[in-house]
Write a protein that binds this ligand. Structure first.
Ligand SMILES: [Zn+2]
Length: 64
């Protein structure tokens, strides 16, 4: 049996520094910028995003 750890990934994340909001797109396996009220929540371009993950608990996120 192969040992594969797969934590339930969060579907939303928000940067606590610049308020960028992203949404997980399962089809493209990518974080997409979320639109709120027709406005893209892009945040700051040069921000070192610090994600506040909305999920059951904190999990290790691997960005590939
Ligand atoms: Zn940010």
């Amino acid at each position: 049996m192969s040992e594969e750890v797969r934590l339930c990934p969060p579907t939303d994340r928000k940067c606590i520094l610049c308020e960028r909001v992203e949404e997980w797109d399962g089809e493209t396996s990518n974080w997409e910028i979320r639109e709120i009220n027709g406005k893209e929540m892009v945040g700051e371009k040069f921000c070192m995003h610090e994600w506040d993950i909305t999920g059951t608990h904190k999990s290790i996120i691997e960005v590939v």
